[in-house]
Structure formats: C-alpha cells, structure tokens
Design a protein around this ligand. Structure first.
Ligand SMILES: [Zn+2]
Length: 293
C-alpha cells in the first residue's frame, strides 16, 4: 500500500467516526424531543386519535389511578381505560395518572377540531317544527330508559379490543352533520347510517352485554343498547327484530338484530351510535381504533 492510499484510508475512517458521532447526537436529541412531547412514562399508552367525537383508549399499570379533568376514571384489571371528546369539545383535557408510590404523570389532551356537514333549509312549515305534546311525552319516557342504560359503568373491557362494522352496507349518513330549519339548529346527527333492507343482519361491533331492547320507541323504533364496558356502549336504531335478550352476553360479529324502518325513519337503514356514558362519539372513528398491546 502506498503512502497516499494509507492517508486516504485514515481520512475515511475519521470521517466515518464523525458521521457516527453526529448520528448518535441526532438520535439523542430526537429522543429527548420525543420525551418532551410524550410526558407519560414509557409504559403509559393512549390511542393517538384526539379528534372531536373520538373515543380514546388508554393503557396503564392496573394499580395506577387515572382521572380526567379531576374526575376519576375506572382502570380495568388489565390496565385499560376509556375516555372521549364530545362533538364540539373546544377545551383541552387534563389526564392525570398517579402510581401507588405517589408518582404523578400529567398530560394535556388537545381536541382536534373537525368540520361537520351543515345544511340550511328555509320555509319549513310550523307543524314539523313543533312536534305534538303526546309525542313529547312518549319520547321523554324513551329517553329515561336510554339514559339509564348509558349510565352503566361495567367492568367489561371489550371497548379496548377494537370494533367491526355491524353491517356491510353503504354509509348514507355521518356523525356530526346538522340541519338548520328556518335558521333554528336541529339536533346534530350522531349516528353512522348504513343502507340496508328490512331483515338484514346486524352484528355486534364488539363483545358486550345487551343492556336494553325496546321494540317500539317513538322516534327510534326498535332500539338496542349493547354495553362494551367502562361506559362505552353501542346503540342501534330503527330495528325490525332482536335475536338476543337483555342480559345476554354477545361476542364480536354475533348476529344480534335485524335492520328495519321502525320509529320515525324515512326507510330501512341501520343507525349505529357509540356512547361514552351520556357523550355521543363517532362510530367511524371507533372503527379505526387499533387495540393497544
Ligand atoms: Zn341516522
């Protein structure tokens, strides 16, 4: 080997060493910035989907205590917990995790704003705008049963195992859309609507327990609520039939009901809703949730 070549080799080696040093430095600073973004300890996990209307699933040590905006949240024996953002949530939430030795992890969750489909309709007749008294009384009774079912805070952890679509139909209505009649805002649409024929099979989107089935609610007709645990539940509206009873355990994909047009429906379709207690969440976002390992 001549001297010139040796010199070149030494130079190369030096350069390589420098590059390695730099890349190590870069990796360290990247790690540091990641740690700053991620104040939760390494074992803390959250599904990273912070949109308005999202169900958020977390995993922590089962012995830790979790609270959201000062309110305690149930942690399962496997460390799973659930929380959600409402359709119009604008404020940040504070998630606090306290370990048995008193170590505190705090994390600020910022809801990501969404644009919803808004429709303005003018010239609506008075009759449609003011439903009659009898209808209001019936709807009030229905709502009592629905809100009682949605208060259930069971130990099931099916909400953390991922969801499947309850029916293979075209989506004809989405979460969050809203109509204004003569300038007056109507209740936003909170379900995911699927086209279907009367009798089409409706499957459980996740494991659960049947909390409620009423065949003839005033607005929603045949209405079923399935508990997936920790306040997370599915509601199906306008059903024509139920194949399960209240209290039955169901598994993901199990046939539970049939599509219909009962109640005040324009035609046969399935309206599927996801609730976190009394908060309405977006089923389309729930379908994208990947279970935490
Ligand atoms: Zn609907």
């Amino acid at each position: 080997m001549n001297l010139k070549l040796l010199h070149l080799k030494v130079l190369q080696k030096g350069l390589l060493l420098m590059v390695r040093k730099f890349s190590l430095l870069f990796k360290c600073s990247l790690l540091a910035s990641l740690l700053m973004l991620q104040p939760l300890a390494a074992q803390e996990q959250l599904t990273e989907q912070f949109f308005q209307g999202a169900l958020i699933v977390g995993k922590t040590s089962p012995t830790n205590k979790v609270s959201l905006n000062g309110k305690a949240i149930k942690v399962s024996s496997t460390g799973d917990y659930a929380l959600g953002f409402s359709r119009d949530e604008k404020n940040n939430s504070e998630l606090v995790i306290i370990s048995p030795n008193g170590a505190i992890e705090k994390r600020i969750l910022k809801p990501l704003k969404r644009e919803y489909n808004i429709q303005k309709v003018e010239g609506i007749a008075k009759k449609i705008m003011n439903p009659n008294k009898k209808a209001n009384v019936r709807a009030g009774e229905d709502n009592k049963k629905i809100s009682a079912a949605r208060k259930v805070d069971s130990d099931l952890t099916a909400f953390a195992q991922g969801f499947i679509a309850p029916i293979e139909g075209t989506i004809t209505g989405v979460y969050g859309s809203q109509r204004y009649f003569n300038g007056v805002p109507k209740r936003p649409h909170y379900g995911l609507d699927y086209a279907g024929k009367k009798g089409d099979p409706v499957k459980a989107p996740a494991d659960g327990t049947v909390l409620m089935y009423v065949p003839d609610m005033f607005y929603s007709g045949g209405t079923m609520i399935i508990d997936h645990g920790h306040g997370v539940s599915s509601t199906f509206l306008h059903l024509s039939n139920s194949y399960v009873k209240v209290g039955d355990k169901v598994t993901k994909g199990q046939l539970v009901a049939a599509v219909g047009s009962s109640g005040r429906a324009t035609g046969p379709h399935l309206d599927w809703r996801i609730n976190w207690f009394n908060m309405r969440l977006d089923p389309a976002l729930v379908l994208k949730l990947k279970p935490l390992k």
